[in-house]
Design a protein around this ligand. Structure first.
Ligand code: R5P
Length: 289
């Protein structure tokens, strides 16, 4: 039984000290509900305010991608080094160890395979199931300029409405069709539309010119998409430039899991993203693995 006197009276009111309130210091997230901020704080490291998200969701439209044939063997050993894992609910339930402490960014749209028109996606996961899986965020593809542009935007806005109810942030992934140019003008348009319509964070490609205007014009965090496999030094250089030009980290897949040494590569990317290590130094670190 607790001592009643100690319970009823306390002296540590610190009346002269203003009450502390510290929103998670991430771009655009200060007005979000506590649950949203808490989930974002799992994905983004508080010190750097950046993330290294490992994307392995490719199978949702293209099947067993090179490097992802056996996620249990190739990806599970990487989980220690990633800040978040972008994947599907099928892969989470079948393969990702529940004890892995990596936050899950759950792919929540899908439908067409690589054999069909990719922009014809629908929502593919309910927010209730995302909550059941303890997802830290959900991800939806948005095809600005694509054949099913409006439908994909509608997928995103419905997901944002559900995310608001459950306190689960929505990552809008700006998909670039074969016919669209990945220049700053297009990427500004796509990322800004996603943010204006409620996405809590946006994934987009890097462009060599004026990428800083893409991140500046987007009021929520932008994470850089990896894209096709590059030489390691080139991938590290792209990641370095992206964060120097305002990205809040990266969401990379093939450039990590298709590397000759995925553990060394994810660690090198992490050094670039979180410690601003220069690309050549990070590459030297990669070679010394
Ligand atoms: C693309 O739109 C999907 O989100 C991908 O499946 C994935 O995230 C791409 O990753 P990366 O291009 O870095 O391999």
């Amino acid at each position: 039984m607790a001592d009643q006197e100690e319970l009823t009276e306390g002296a540590r009111f610190a009346s002269s000290v203003p009450a502390r309130h510290e929103p998670f210091p991430l771009k655009g997230c200060g007005a979000l509900d506590w649950g949203m901020q808490s989930r974002l704080a799992r994905i983004f490291q508080p010190e750097s305010r950046r993330t290294v998200m490992l994307a392995i969701d490719h199978g949702y439209f293209q099947g067993p991608t090179t490097g992802l044939e056996r996620v249990d063997l190739s990806i599970v050993p990487l989980l220690l080094y990633a800040d978040a894992l972008m994947t599907t609910r099928g892969m989470v339930r079948s393969t990702i160890p529940p004890a892995a402490r990596v936050p899950i960014v759950l792919r929540a749209s899908g439908g067409p395979s690589v054999l069909r028109e990719l922009s014809d996606e629908r929502l593919a996961v309910s927010m209730e199931d995302a909550a059941r899986l303890n997802a830290s965020a959900v991800a939806v593809q948005v095809f600005i300029g694509g054949e099913f542009e409006t439908q994909s935007v509608r997928n995103m806005t419905r997901l944002v409405d559900a995310g608001q109810r459950y306190g689960i942030p929505v990552l809008a992934v700006t998909a670039v069709g074969k016919e669209l140019t990945r220049d700053a003008r297009y990427l500004r348009l796509a990322t800004r539309i996603c943010a204006e319509l409620g996405a809590h964070l946006v994934k987009t490609y890097y462009c060599a010119e004026d990428f800083d205007t893409v991140t500046a014009a987007c009021p929520v965090p932008v994470v850089m998409a990896g894209g096709k496999k590059l030489l390691e030094l080139d991938a590290l250089t792209m990641a370095y430039r992206a964060v120097e030009e305002g990205a809040a980290g990266v969401d990379m897949g093939r450039n990590i899991f298709q590397s000759d040494d995925p553990v060394a590569m994810v660690r090198a990317v992490s050094a670039v993203v979180h410690e601003s290590v220069k690309p050549q130094a990070a590459y030297d670190q990669f070679l010394r693995r």
